[in-house]
Design a protein around this ligand. Structure first.
Ligand SMILES: [Zn+2]
Length: 301
């Protein structure tokens, strides 16, 4: 804190910077270098040894004596075999920032500009979008990283290409800006959105693509017999969730969630009402009750 304060009050750090463009064997090589003239404010953290990049700058490439057009001698050359690494997974913070600066994923400069002030979503909705992806199990947590589930990967694979790119948001932003400047009719924009939605739905309806995520370690849902997937929760708890749209049964660390228990109770009420007064036969509600009792006995053991 004290250092920062002194740094603010100190003179500028003055340096020469040089960009070298070298040619050898028909290939272009680039290098840049800095040579510090006066340390200025960098002297302060330098003295306490806190500045990490100071070392590079105190011992810069010796620039003096280099002129444009100089011919240099290659003293050694070496071919290195390198492997590119895939981009790092997003954390919640980096994903929020990627949504905010979604323009960086767009090539077209005018589109890039139209989204630069807004990004995808708004400051108020971006975190909610991520929460929704988590709660619907399109992504899951792996420590502090977020990773797509089989369901999420399948969604991206089968979704129409327009919906996978921030370009759509950018195009809409561009048109909204035109509307606010009185250059476009808002009714035309609404009509286009409606038409596009109908077209997308129609294409999906006609498409032969099947949404069939590869749930590797799925187990059978005790309520409907559908597939239950496993994801890691916020506190590293193991969540199992039924993927049948009409079911929604969930377990956390092997126990039915409050929502799942409420579902069972409402099913019992619903099917209990079906039972006729004088009937001696078991109703569907009896089966659900029996299954719940069996499960709670198992838990106590
Ligand atoms: Zn189910």
């Amino acid at each position: 804190m004290v250092n920062r304060f002194f740094e603010v009050l100190s003179p500028d750090c003055v340096y020469d910077s040089l960009k070298l463009v070298l040619e050898a064997g028909g290939h272009r090589f680039e290098a840049s270098a800095r040579e510090i003239r006066e340390l200025g404010w960098k002297q302060i953290s330098g003295a306490s040894g806190q500045d990490d990049d100071l070392e590079d700058e105190v011992n810069p490439l010796k620039l003096s004596g280099l002129k444009e057009g100089d011919v240099l001698q290659i003293t050694s050359a070496e071919v290195q075999r390198q492997v590119t690494r895939p981009p790092a997974r997003y954390t919640e913070a980096t994903l929020l920032s990627a949504m905010e600066h979604a323009g960086r994923f767009i090539e077209d400069t005018s589109l890039k500009r139209s989204i630069s002030g807004t990004g995808i979503g708004t400051p108020a909705t971006r975190a909610d979008i991520i929460e929704k992806l988590l709660s619907k199990y399109y992504i899951e947590r792996e420590d502090r990283y977020l990773k797509p589930t089989a369901k999420g990967r399948e969604l991206v694979k089968t979704a129409p290409p327009q919906l996978r790119s921030p370009e759509l948001t950018a195009k809409w932003e561009q048109r909204l800006a035109a509307i606010s400047e009185g250059l476009e009719e808002s009714s035309r924009f609404s009509r286009d959105i409606r038409e596009m939605t109908m077209e997308l739905v129609e294409n999906i309806r006609k498409s032969s693509a099947v949404f069939s995520p590869d749930y590797k370690d799925a187990v059978k849902c005790p309520v409907c017999g559908g597939l239950m997937i496993h994801v890691q929760g916020k506190k590293k708890e193991k969540i199992s969730a039924c993927q049948s749209l009409s079911c929604g049964y969930e377990e956390i660390d092997g126990r039915p969630t409050r929502k799942a228990r409420a579902m069972e109770r409402s099913a019992v009420r619903k099917y209990d009402a079906d039972r006729s007064e004088d009937s001696n036969t078991a109703s569907f509600a009896d089966f659900i009750k029996a299954s719940e009792e069996r499960r709670s006995r198992k838990r106590k053991r």
